[in-house]
Design a protein around this ligand. Sequence first.
Ligand SMILES: Cc1cc2nc3c(=O)[nH]c(=O)nc-3n(C[C@H](O)[C@H](O)[C@H](O)COP(=O)(O)O)c2cc1C
Length: 208
Amino acid sequence: MNFQKLSQNRRSVNFFDPDRDVSQDLVRQMVEMAAASPSSFNLQPWNLIVLRDKDEKKRLKSLAWDQPKVVEAPVTMIVLADQKGWQEGHPVFERTWKEMMASGMPAEQRDWFLNATNSLYNWSGDARLAFAAKNTGFFAMSLMYAAVSLGLDTHPMDGFDHEGVKKAFNIPDNYWVPLLLAVGYRTKDLELTPPKWRKSYEDIVTKF
Ligand SMILES: Cc1cc2nc3c(=O)[nH]c(=O)nc-3n(C[C@H](O)[C@H](O)[C@H](O)COP(=O)(O)O)c2cc1C
């Protein structure tokens, strides 16, 4: 499927077939494809909670404006953005540093790396949130396109009680939750509404 087709086929699908499961193998493929997303310094500050259990999905639905798709989709993901993913001592940070050294970075550059990430991502709460959210946004978009390439449908949602979801699923404080993502197969013979309007090239390109 070329990208034009992929982007046309991706729609936020409201009605999932509750009787059609998504295999664990497909979920794994979807996540592994999305894992190829770019991120600042390759720090990959994203994680996922993957819910399949009906009771867990019901718990999430009650915190997500009661949106039926949270339960109807066989898989609903809580996407997590790690606001500390740039920090010294964080396992992904340290793994990244190790990989950088393995590909030729001299050990004396450690201070440079610490200073670069600290100065870019730790100058305010907004900066820490932006670091986590922008990188995880790329990952989330990749998840949606990966799903389409595997014949699946998705629905992103930010209609949920952020603090309520964090509490209900024991999500540590370093995470911000940018979105929930329902994943499954649309109900049989579902007629989608026509694609929504989009900004044109002229609307998008600007200067000040
Ligand atoms: C971050 C994000 C959050 C969204 N939250 C919701 C939501 O909570 N409920 C909902 O019905 N749609 C939600 N949407 C879906 C949008 O309304 C939808 O993407 C948009 O109208 C364009 O339609 P399309 O995805 O079918 O192209 C969300 C989309 C994004 C990207």
